[in-house]
Design a protein around this ligand. Structure first.
Ligand code: GLP
Length: 241
């Protein structure tokens, strides 16, 4: 893994934005795997500015998102679909038909997983951007998810419910289940770019890079990948020697 340590969040966002921009310029028909969460927001701002300044075009880019809460429609402001439209899709020239996010409002979840796997099979991810959970999760692949997993339904762990409850004014309204692409889907990407920011991610970053490669730490699966770039701020990398 290549580790890039940045001073702070704004430097991390700029570095991540530069990497994604240069990928898009070199691969104007490429496929991007995209995350949600607070960490990538600055990177999305950088990409929107780059688009507005004619430095990058999303015209022929395809995106596949990592995950979505189950039970939320795409119009719900807590849904990841809504997040993507607010932070990126609605602000750049991407074709809506080229954006893919798991559907959280489906009744037949297994059918949705199957549909999403087919999308992933048709669109090989060139660059997968990731955040990381405090418990080492990737997307919503919680600890003990098999490394050969594909898109599946997840019962969110207590740690994730606790960490993500800050986005919901009413904790009881927070979904308990989600759909996520699997670890195997993430590992198939040509390049992985993982972003980590803040002291609360330091243990997960350490376990991911220097810990055992094991299913208790989903992010440690990235040790099996040949082309991973980690961009972490000083706080998130503070436990690495
Ligand atoms: C959620 C998402 C993950 C994300 C994680 C970290 O659980 N499903 O994809 O990496 O949050 O989010 P944050 O960047 O807000 O810490």
């Amino acid at each position: 893994m290549q580790l890039i340590v940045t001073k702070n969040y704004s430097e991390l966002s700029r570095k991540a934005g530069e990497i994604v921009c240069s990928f898009i310029c070199g691969n104007p028909n490429g496929v991007l795997g995209l995350p949600t969460g607070s960490t990538p927001i600055g990177m999305y701002k950088y990409l929107v500015d780059a688009y507005k300044n004619n430095k990058v075009s999303f015209e022929n880019i395809t995106t596949v998102n990592l995950d979505e809460y189950l039970g939320l429609s795409k119009y719900n402001k807590h849904s990841y679909n809504y997040f993507m439209w607010e932070n990126l899709f609605g602000k750049v020239n991407i074709a809506p038909k080229n954006t893919h996010v798991p559907r959280g409002s489906v009744i037949f979840c297994q059918r949705e997983c199957h549909r999403y796997n087919k999308i992933l099979d048709r669109n090989k991810i060139n660059l997968q951007v990731l955040g990381i959970g405090e418990n080492g999760h990737l997307g919503f692949n919680e600890p003990n998810t098999p490394f050969d997993s594909r898109t599946h339904v997840v019962s969110l762990s207590q740690s994730t419910l606790q960490a993500n409850s800050r986005f919901f004014e009413n904790k009881n309204a927070m979904p308990r289940y989600a759909i996520t692409m699997g670890i195997a889907d993430i590992l198939k990407a040509e390049t992985v770019l993982l972003l980590a920011c803040g002291k609360n991610k330091a243990q997960a970053v350490k376990d991911m890079i220097t810990g055992n490669c094991c299913e208790q730490v989903p992010a440690s699966a990235l040790q099996l990948h040949k082309n991973v770039i980690v961009v972490a701020d000083e706080d998130a990398s503070s436990l690495l020697s």
